[in-house]
Design a protein around this ligand. Sequence first.
Ligand SMILES: Nc1ncnc2c1ncn2[C@@H]1O[C@H](COP(=O)(O)OP(=O)(O)OP(=O)(O)O)[C@@H](O)[C@H]1O
Ligand SMILES: [Mg+2]
Length: 349
Amino acid sequence: MFNFLYGLFSNDMGIDLGTANVLVYVKGRGIVLREPSVVATNRDTGEIMAVGIDAKRMLGRTPANITAVRPLRNGVIADFDTTERMIRYFIRKVHARKSLLHPRIVISVPSACTEVERRAVRESAERAGAREVYVIEEPMAAAIGAELPVHEPAGNMVVDIGGGTTEVAVISLGGMVLSNAVRVAGDDFDKAIMEYFKEKENLIIGERTAEEAKIKIGSVYPGSQVREMEIKGRDLVTGLPKTILISTDDIRESLNEPMKEMLKVIKETLNQTPPELSADIVDRGIVLIGGGALLGGIDKLLSEETKLPVHVVDEPMNCVVMGAGKYLEQMQNLRKNQLYSLGTREHRE
Ligand SMILES: Nc1ncnc2c1ncn2[C@@H]1O[C@H](COP(=O)(O)OP(=O)(O)OP(=O)(O)O)[C@@H](O)[C@H]1O
Ligand SMILES: [Mg+2]
């Protein structure tokens, strides 16, 4: 009865807890929050100085007593305490002035998350005021968000290239048949770019500069149009600031290694896929989601390498949270056992 009453007033929400970005979807309102998963704290007092976009601006630029951290590095929760504070901050931000309401929350986690990590995420959301928390695996949420026919007895392959991990999953009949994750994704692209200029030009550049170059002129496909831009960094030899002109070819070259690793895990997953489902994937192709799907030419490269059609969904960075949101909206209509089969391992009454 109380749950029913709560349901009438609360703003139930879906959360994509990514290593790079957190997105929040509120039932009936759509995506209401999209912020980097970064928290800046005062090292002396433990006090939170900034969260999200404001904290991201501080990355690499903080004075000694302030640290700006990404609590979910490499696709796992590296810092539980800060993650919880971040979740709480975002939930409160979305629920401004409605702090008495207790929402139901669907929160997505990487499929490689351990039970302990899942529980930690659920408890964080509960402590932040959630009435019920459902934990859903990212690839499943992504497939729902991409409007793939997840309940049909046909194989769908989803590749989610995020900040910290690339997850490859085969989904059929409302469940994950197979999934593999590799800790090579957007962050590693940035690191590879930093490494490349350090070796080739003796130039030390920041993570944000590397990301900017990747987004502005990056491509991994040899036939792509070549673009150029200037980047600034510090000369390793003289120690002085230096500006150089770089091109799309530099970025492609620097991303060779991480792309190889990513391809390897995709090919391995295709190898492990049961033959009937493989046949479906040949027809339907691979669906690419996550911010990394926006990298220039990545669909063409993957298609050439796997000999399969590759589609990038519309708005690949929204896909997971949209899926979590749809799941929330469908929840009333689904029986509990169906919810379980959709990848939710834990359920609270
Ligand atoms: N246009 C673009 N080209 C290339 N990469 C991009 C582009 N836009 C965003 N990215 C990269 O996408 C990554 C973030 O993607 P996304 O928001 O899907 O990650 P996430 O969900 O937070 O991470 P994860 O799923 O690993 O937890 C970042 O590394 C970012 O640099
Ligand atoms: Mg993600």
